[in-house]
Write a protein that binds this ligand. Structure first.
Ligand SMILES: *[C@@H]1O[C@H](CO)[C@@H](O)[C@H](O)[C@H]1NC(C)=O
Ligand SMILES: *[C@@H]1O[C@H](CO)[C@@H](O)[C@H](O)[C@H]1NC(C)=O
Ligand SMILES: CC(=O)N[C@H]1CO[C@H](CO)[C@@H](O)[C@@H]1O
Length: 278
């Protein structure tokens, strides 16, 4: 059978009605959306060695040139690596993918949330271990291919105060920073044995620097394999530990080494965390 114009129109009509009903009741697909990003500004957190953010109002008035209409435009200047953002593999690895080279199908995936809030309450320098990941798998099953793996250390409540987020008295001294991260073995486990799409956290970096030193070698292991990283992710306690889908819609910056991103998750209503939506 081949499709006549009438059949095609009928199918389009049915789809349209379906979409209208979904929009009205917001229950037909039973999907909730959770924002995983901090607002970008007025002072998006960034490391002191990046240029500061600026937001300039260009037009905010009636414009005679545009027919007497209200007209608003601004000019922003932002580090790619500020606020809730993605680091492209090129950020710390020569000749690896820049923003516009990351395929869109690598910028989303099943959400895997490793909850380390309890461990971190006793040790701000806690490092996610392979055993933390294995514990997740014992409950939720093997990490799905293409997953977005994020740890929740509770750190996002410190955002955007740089002294609290970097957890130091001297934000200019990068070697004094102390916050949770991943153990190297956990990173290699995810990159080599679980073919994840993205690794990240609610902290400003996932480097594993020993106290008083700067060592990014663990972090770069991901970039060497063209796995991007997302940082300063928000609201992870609103997600179930498994069952969400996480999207990283970052601006497709030509030659970019990263970009702020309105990261969000979709979650089946039945899996929403009860204390927020019960
Ligand atoms: C926007 O503001 C600039 C700077 O004040 C002005 O030169 C320009 O004419 C404005 N543009 C429009 C379309 O009104
Ligand atoms: C903060 O750290 C920077 C860089 O290490 C150093 O130059 C500066 O003296 C430090 N400031 C204080 C108050 O210790
Ligand atoms: C491969 C690699 O460079 N691993 C490093 C990860 O971080 C730890 C702690 O700093 C280092 O000891 C490893 O050499």
């Amino acid at each position: 059978m081949h499709w006549t114009a009438k059949t095609v129109l009928f199918v389009l009509f049915v789809c349209l009605i379906h979409d209208i009903n979904c929009a009205k009741s917001s229950s037909c697909s039973d999907i909730r959306v959770v924002d995983l990003s901090h607002v970008h500004g007025p002072k998006p957190l960034t490391a002191p060695f990046f240029p500061p953010y600026s937001f300039e109002i260009v037009n905010r008035s009636i414009s005679q040139a545009l027919g007497g209409n209200w007209f608003e435009t601004n000019y922003i200047r932002t580090s790619e690596h500020s606020g809730t953002h993605i680091d492209s593999p090129s950020h710390f690895y020569r000749n690896k993918k820049r923003m516009h080279e990351i395929p869109l199908d690598k910028l989303y995936g099943p959400g895997v949330i490793i909850d380390i809030r309890r461990q971190v309450s006793g040790n701000v320098n806690y490092r996610v271990k392979v055993s933390d990941i294995q514990r997740w798998e014992a409950t939720h099953g093997r990490i799905p291919k293409g997953a977005v793996v994020l740890f929740n250390s509770g750190w996002s409540s410190r955002y955007p105060d740089p002294f609290k987020v970097f957890n130091t008295q001297n934000t200019s001294d990068v070697s004094s920073y102390e916050f949770p991260s991943y153990e190297f073995k956990a990173i290699t486990f995810l990159a080599k044995f679980r073919s994840v799409n993205i690794v990240g956290s609610d902290t400003p970096s996932i480097g594993d620097s020993p106290p008083g030193k700067v060592d990014l070698s663990n972090f770069t292991f991901l970039f060497q394999r063209n796995i991007p990283v997302v940082l300063n992710v928000a609201n992870l306690d609103r997600l179930p530990l498994s069952g969400s889908t996480i999207f990283v819609p970052a601006i497709n910056i030509y030659d970019g080494s990263g970009a702020p991103a309105r990261i969000f998750a979709t979650v089946p209503a039945s899996k929403m965390v009860k204390k927020y939506y019960g």
